[in-house]
Design a protein around this ligand. Structure first.
Ligand code: SAM
Length: 282
């Protein structure tokens, strides 16, 4: 069959099955083959790879993935898409479609515990829980190459000091090296989203870049430090419902680190948050 990245083919399939786009599932299907090729190239997919695709939709990118990869597991929440996927992926015997919520599926069991590359045009309403779930549940993924909202991609890649830097930047960079591959305009999707998009590749660190005594405690500190952006770090931590640390203890730790007591969260690097966390969790 002619590829779905041709908008005419997408329209035909959607009309044939009388498919109604579900806003609540973040359904914006790709209709640009060049963008899909760019995603596949950035993910460096070869026939040796097992790919996990989150939200195949009508199978537009899945068709390309099936041709490039050894095996593809595609997890789709919307059961109305299953008959469509059965037709659009009929000629590929290396694709397994699973009708599940990606936030609930046991990925390691699904893929037999093998190393995977995650590739997706993500549903934007749950980008952060999906990405953090993949990292925190220690899914054996070597890289995650995904389309996300442009603003979210910028936050993931941001370094200290800027307005985009925050808890998401630190969480992503703790686990992986982010790299924005391309910006993608709304006209590459059907229907068009009302925000700009970007493809980002997150390459998992093979060795942890930062070693911290208590990972969970560090992330609580990070969240507290960015909760009230205009506040100093010591006020943010002191006002956190998740932590009970006195201002004096924070001031003392900052002094040991050679930092000003009026410093704000956005000025600290990941290594400094790890050091602060080690000083405060004792
Ligand atoms: N990959 C397709 C493409 O690029 O044309 C569709 C991408 S669309 C932005 C997001 C897809 O994720 C939709 O098919 C949607 O139904 C699916 N989806 C939304 N929430 C999901 C969830 N929790 N688990 C699995 N799939 C989900």
């Amino acid at each position: 069959m002619e590829k779905l990245s041709n908008p005419k083919v997408t329209i035909e399939i959607i009309q044939k099955y009388n498919f109604a786009f579900q806003k609540r599932f973040g359904q914006n299907f790709l209709i640009d083959g060049h963008v899909i090729e760019k995603i596949i190239r950035a993910a460096e997919i070869t026939k040796d790879d097992v790919v996990l695709e989150i939200g195949p939709g009508i199978g537009t990118m899945t068709q390309y993935l099936a041709e490039a990869a050894g095996e593809v597991f595609a997890v789709e929440i919307d059961k109305n898409l299953l008959p469509i996927l059965a037709e659009t992926l009929a000629e590929y015997d290396n694709v397994t479609v699973v009708n599940e919520d990606i936030l609930k599926v046991d990925i390691a069991a699904l893929t037999g515990g093998r190393l995977v590359k995650v590739v997706a045009n993500l549903p934007y309403y749950i980008t952060t829980p999906i990405i953090m779930g993949l990292f925190e549940n220690h899914i054996p993924a070597t890289s995650i190459t995904v389309m996300v909202q442009k603003e979210v991609a910028e936050r993931m890649q941001a370094g200290p000091g800027g307005k985009d830097y925050g808890a998401l930047s630190l969480a992503v960079q703790y686990y992986a090296e982010p790299y924005i591959v391309a910006n993608v305009p709304p006209n590459c999707f059907m229907p068009r989203p009302n925000v700009g998009s970007a493809v980002i590749r997150l390459t998992r660190h093979t060795e942890p870049k930062i070693v911290v005594k208590d990972e969970k405690f560090m992330f609580k500190l990070i969240r507290a430090s960015f909760n009230q952006r205009r506040k100093t770090l010591q006020n943010g931590i002191n006002n956190s419902a998740e932590l009970s640390i006195s201002k004096d203890a924070v001031v003392e730790a900052l002094r040991k680190m050679g930092l000003s007591e009026s410093i704000r969260g956005e000025a600290l690097t990941l290594a400094q948050f790890a050091e602060l966390s080690d000083l405060l969790c004792e």
